[in-house]
Design a binder for this molecule. Structure first.
Ligand SMILES: [Zn+2]
Length: 296
């Protein structure tokens, strides 16, 4: 585990006092830029190879996410979904097919899909009567997020209001080490792609929660189960492609409130937590056959 490092000098390179550091953190946490995501393909052939399959993977992972509610292999008991006139009939069909329970909330713009009435009631109660940590705890449990990840989120993320705590997750990973002793430049080496959330704002990830670390085994289980559910519902190819994509060497950097992710084919930018000195995560995994869902 690595102690996260935040800005400790001013623009002249002079050390900041503890009060000044705290002031920067508090001010930074008040600053929330608009959500922003931009994607670029480096070459036409790279785009042709990956763009469509990754979009398909995105459809497959969101299908697998709500299907997890009806699947015994998953701890997920409920999901919150956005609704509009077009999607409501689809949800009606799905809940009757899988014998799920459904509530419309927030002036019918959102719905709760749950395994049964008790779970739906518990979600509704948490949504309407709880707030802060208590709400996160109850919902995180019903949404099937591992305990270790929920604790990490409450203790280390929520408290500091980090909106996109990928650097903090990297610091908390055993498989990550500082590059040349620099705690702001981290090497994640040999990690399974199941809990790779570095492309999460582009929708390319197996898990929908923030893991406590890149080597959180319980998150690997959640990701792998989701991959299996994708495979069982006609998305085996997409699950395997997503696994391949997530194990490719890549670099994530963040500075001020903007992150960049790049690999051999792709450069993307997205809004992130605000950092006053640059953070970098280099993701490397020796290429090896196997590890994807299962072969046909
Ligand atoms: Zn965890």
């Amino acid at each position: 585990m690595i102690e996260p490092k935040y800005a400790d000098t001013d623009v002249n390179g002079d050390d900041l006092s503890a009060t000044e550091r705290q002031w920067i953190r508090d001010e930074t946490n008040r600053f929330f830029p608009e959500e922003y995501v931009k994607r670029n393909w480096k070459t036409g052939p790279g785009r042709d190879q990956w763009c469509d399959v990754l979009e398909r993977a995105k459809r497959g992972t969101s299908l697998a996410e709500w299907l997890s509610v009806a699947d015994d292999r998953s701890d997920r008991q409920a999901i919150s979904v956005e609704l509009n006139e077009q999607t409501v009939p689809n949800w009606m069909e799905r809940i009757s097919e899988y014998d799920l329970h459904f509530y419309q909330i927030d002036d019918q713009s959102r719905g709760i899909v749950a395994a049964n009435t008790d779970v739906a009631d518990a979600v509704l109660e948490a949504e309407t009567e709880l707030e802060g940590e208590d709400r996160d705890e109850v919902l995180g449990d019903l949404y099937g997020y591992p305990d270790c990840c929920r604790e990490f989120y409450v203790d280390r993320v929520r408290q500091d209001d980090r909106r996109d705590p990928l650097y903090e997750i990297a610091c908390n990973s055993d498989s990550v080490s500082p590059i040349d002793g620099d705690r702001e430049r981290l090497l994640a080496e040999g990690v399974e792609p199941w809990a790779n959330v570095l492309y999460r704002q582009f929708g390319w990830t197996f898990i929908s929660h923030l893991p406590c670390s890149f080597d959180c085994e319980r998150s690997f289980d959640v990701g792998e189960t989701r991959g299996e559910i994708m495979a069982d519902h006609g998305f085996r190819d997409a699950a395997n492609h997503l696994w391949e994509w997530l194990q490719l060497p890549m670099t994530w950097t963040a500075f001020k409130a903007l992150s960049h992710v790049r690999n051999r084919y792709f450069i993307g930018s997205a809004s992130t937590s605000c950092y006053w000195s640059e953070k970098e995560i280099v993701w490397k995994r020796p290429h090896q056959a196997g590890g994807q869902i299962v072969d046909e």
